[in-house]
Design a protein around this ligand. Structure first.
Ligand code: AMP
Ligand code: GLY
Length: 437
């Protein structure tokens, strides 16, 4: 099979890497890809948001299957475009249509969907500029901290957690006033959930699903979970509190009602669903749905899948996932993200990267924000630059994380670029959690 992966970050590098090991993989393309995907396949210039260009790439290269990494082409209707175009309708496509993608594209839709189907999530209401007085009253009825969410896609920045009522009211006005552009025309205000977050993932054909390994993400820039929010600074899989009992609760209370809800509402769905969950005293609540995999979680998750992901994706697109079984390895995986100095605020690009940035004996190095300069040097091209992932087969869970940390940090130290930063505490909270029982 010829496969095209859309996107160009660490998530897509990791997905492409796993697909490249598939028995049926003939040719592998990535659009736009990055210097990492160029080592395992062929990069095609262009943006996945340019549907005409994606179509041309598919037809020119006899692509049999398209796998979509990021959410925005899906929210923009790429899935519908493929389903409706006579030249493309036989091409296998992994990703929902725009109706399914609204689970991520509209927080209001997602919250109402959960409410309709009895899926546990924080209590909420949504407001517009015309209902700002009601919004104030709703805020007054809640306790601090206050959670405000722009309804639409805001590049991962549309969620604000405010510590005081005054700040919440001010931010509400900023959001409705255009702080996040039209994404903030509607604002969802919700109850604050306290607990530990975990990312869980399924691949579904709308009827059946495969449960992928779960992962913990490290969202803040600073050690000890301090400072600004980022796209994610590291990941660990497995997560010790995701026991069989917790998984059963997620299956019964969240996954099955989500799939049933999609069916009842006539929304076909073939693709990944990322469940951003809060574990509140052993009970899972949905913080958000994403219609894609997480980054950097994917880098850890892919290294734990022992079965043939390409085959799973093909059977997903064919609507035959009931015939598939995923094999998850019992080894652990740990990912450390090296970022540009200044990230998540402004940072420089085009800085030369030296050291072992392509492969290491005991680690996978996934490219998140790199490029080749005109004279062929590897340079930085984004805030998050490289995701170093290492696994361990140690049966002792603490020792396994320690081993992953040793390998990842050895590689992270060995990579050089001016301004390089990474968190040194990835996995330490999990070790503490295990040791404290
Ligand atoms: P999101 O962009 O929806 O992933 O939200 C960003 C982050 O805000 C989440 O990862 C959580 O850490 C936090 N968050 C979102 N909603 C809530 C909530 N209702 N209670 C507590 N934290 C939340
Ligand atoms: N790492 C979180 C996300 O991909 O949204």
């Amino acid at each position: 099979m010829n496969v095209l992966v859309l996107g160009g970050g660490g998530r897509e590098h990791a997905i492409a890497w796993k697909i490249s090991q598939g028995k049926e993989c003939t040719r592998l393309f990535a659009m736009p890809g990055n210097p990492g995907t160029a080592r395992i396949g062929q990069n095609l210039a262009g943006s996945p948001k340019d549907f005409a260009l994606v179509k041309k790439a598919v037809l020119d290269n006899n692509v049999d299957m398209v796998v979509v990494g990021p959410e925005d082409p899906l929210v923009g209707g790429l899935g519908d475009f493929f389903a409706e175009d006579p030249d493309l309708k036989d091409v296998l496509f992994v990703g929902p249509g725009s109706k399914g993608a609204a689970l991520e594209g509209s927080k209001e839709f997602a919250k109402q969907f959960m409410q309709r189907h009895g899926i546990p999530t924080a209590a909420f209401r949504s407001f517009t500029a015309g209902t700002i007085d009601e919004a104030d009253r709703f805020l007054e009825s809640l306790k601090a901290p206050y959670v405000l969410k722009a309804d639409g896609l805001a590049a991962g920045k549309g969620v604000l957690i405010c510590q005081s009522l005054d700040q919440a009211k001010e931010e509400l006005r900023n959001m409705l006033g255009g702080k996040f552009g039209s994404a903030g025309n509607t604002v969802v205000i919700e109850e604050f959930l306290s607990g530990i977050e975990v990312s869980m993932f399924i691949l579904t054909d709308g009827k059946d699903y495969l449960l992928l390994p779960e992962a913990k993400d490290y969202k803040r820039i600073g050690e000890g979970d301090t400072g600004l929010n980022t796209g994610g600074m590291g990941a660990v899989s497995p997560v010790p509190f995701v026991t069989d009992d917790f998984k059963n609760k997620v299956r019964e209370r969240i996954i099955l009602p989500t799939l049933k809800g999609l069916q009842e509402e006539g929304i076909p769905y073939k693709g990944f669903i990322f469940l951003g969950l809060m574990n509140c005293g052993g009970d899972p609540y949905v913080i958000e749905y994403n219609v894609r995999m997480g980054d950097p979680e994917t880098e850890a998750v892919m290294t734990r899948i022992d079965s043939d992901l390409l085959h799973h994706l093909k059977m997903c697109a064919l609507g035959r996932l009931s015939e598939e079984k995923i094999i998850v390895s019992d080894h652990s995986a740990l990912t450390v993200v090296c970022v540009s100095g200044g990230y998540p605020e402004s940072y420089k690009k085009g800085i030369e990267i030296k050291g072992n940035a392509f492969s290491a004996p005991d680690a996978n190095i996934f490219h998140m924000g790199t490029a080749l300069s005109l004279d062929g040097k590897l340079v930085t091209s984004g805030g998050r630059v490289l995701a170093i992932t290492s696994g361990s087969r140690q049966s002792n869970a603490v020792r396994a994380i320690e081993e992953g940390r040793e390998t990842c940090y050895k590689e992270a130290e060995g990579i050089e670029f001016q301004g390089k930063y990474f968190r040194k505490d990835i996995g330490l909270d999990i070790i503490r959690y295990i040791e404290e029982g």
